[in-house]
Design a protein around this ligand. Structure first.
Ligand code: ATP
Ligand code: PAF
Ligand code: BAL
Length: 307
């Protein structure tokens, strides 16, 4: 595996791969690689001949300077992990290579997809930073396929919108959330959890499970399903920024009876000094009698209950 730091060198390398007829997969990351990232690299290897892992802690998507400063940076370990996972290139540009002096452009996805949930709490500027850097990475690499994690479900929606709206010739693949043995979603920020925070953080996947179980037991009321998750967080002494049960295409909050098909249960929860996010797709299957019910699209990481 080669570590490349400039766009010029990356293009030269990829030109010869293209000439040899090799397809290219991109895995965008901010480094501090864990098993979630390795699952993305494995999916990219399945989907393409040549895998580029980008490692760039993108300053424009951080609303909180403290969060940016504290973001873990472990490039030497990341290079070993990416190579072991079968990546061909680690693209790790310095900030000035991505945002040279005089940089004055931004790529925005407008509307509710960037305004709701993470957009409401981190600020829509978060997603403008994500879409700007993702557009740049797609332009730099020109991949056939780019792989993202379902842990950042809203980011997936926003990136898919971007690619459709701007006719970017790339296929977006999504990998289900990889979890610790106790259910906590793997996240680069987990290393900043103090032992006492780590012990309560398990309430996050348990809250998602509680909502899934209630749905499986036949509950259909959105408020009741949401409240089941909120109760588990509250019992653990956690104060979520949001617990959203939403339409997975528009992120509009569900009210009343959940419709047949998928809904997205997404949470953001500060745990000590760290802000964690997680989600699960809850699927109400059509009832055997309901021949007119719309078909379930299925989820990326769905919990399904018959209607
Ligand atoms: N547990 C996971 N399972 C699957 N994909 C993941 C997981 N965690 C992160 N990813 C994906 O990896 C890609 C890079 O994410 P990133 O480098 O920000 O890691 P991260 O663990 O999400 O870090 P943090 O949550 O601290 O920002 C994103 O597409 C993200 O959705
Ligand atoms: C996609 C991404 C690498 C853009 O900086 C980042 O938002 C992330 O790690 O999910
Ligand atoms: N994984 C999402 C990137 C971020 O937290 O900014």
């Amino acid at each position: 595996m080669r570590t490349i730091r400039t766009v010029a060198e990356l293009r030269t390398h990829l030109r010869s791969s293209r000439r040899a007829g090799r397809t290219v997969g991109l895995v965008p990351t901010m480094g501090a690689l864990h098993d979630g990232h390795l699952a993305l690299i494995a999916a990219a290897r399945e989907a393409a001949d040549e895998v580029v892992v980008s490692l760039f802690v993108n300053p424009t998507q951080f609303n909180d300077a403290g969060d940016l400063d504290a973001y873990p940076r472990t490039e030497a370990d990341d290079a070993v992990a990416a190579a072991d996972a079968g990546a061909h290139v680690l693209f790790a540009p310095p900030v000035a290579e991505v945002y040279p002096d005089g940089f004055a452009s931004e790529v925005r996805v407008g509307g509710p997809l960037t305004e709701r949930l993470e957009g409401a709490h981190r600020g829509a500027g978060h997603f403008h930073g994500v879409t700007t850097v993702v557009t740049k990475l797609l332009n730099m690499v020109g991949p056939d396929v780019a792989v993202f994690g379902a842990k950042d479900a809203q980011q997936v929606l926003v990136v898919r919108r971007l690619v459709r709206d701007l006719d970017v010739p790339v296929r977006i693949e999504v990998v289900p959330t990889v979890r610790e043995p106790d259910g906590l979603a793997r996240s680069s920020r987990n290393v900043r959890l103090r032992p006492e925070d780590r012990a309560v953080a398990v309430a996050i996947p348990r809250a998602l499970d509680a909502a899934s179980s209630l749905l499986a037991d036949g509950e259909r009321d959105a408020a009741a399903v949401r409240a089941a998750a909120e109760r588990v967080l509250d019992d653990a002494g956690l104060r979520p920024e949001y617990v959203a049960l939403a339409d997975p295409a528009t992120l509009a909050e569900r009210e009343g009876a959940l419709p047949v098909g998928p809904s997205l249960l997404a949470v953001a929860v500060p745990v000590g000094p760290v802000r964690l996010i997680d989600n699960v797709e809850l699927v109400v299957a059509p009832s055997a009698a309901g021949a007119d019910d719309p078909p379930s699209t299925g989820g990326l990481q769905a919990a399904t209950a018959a209607g």
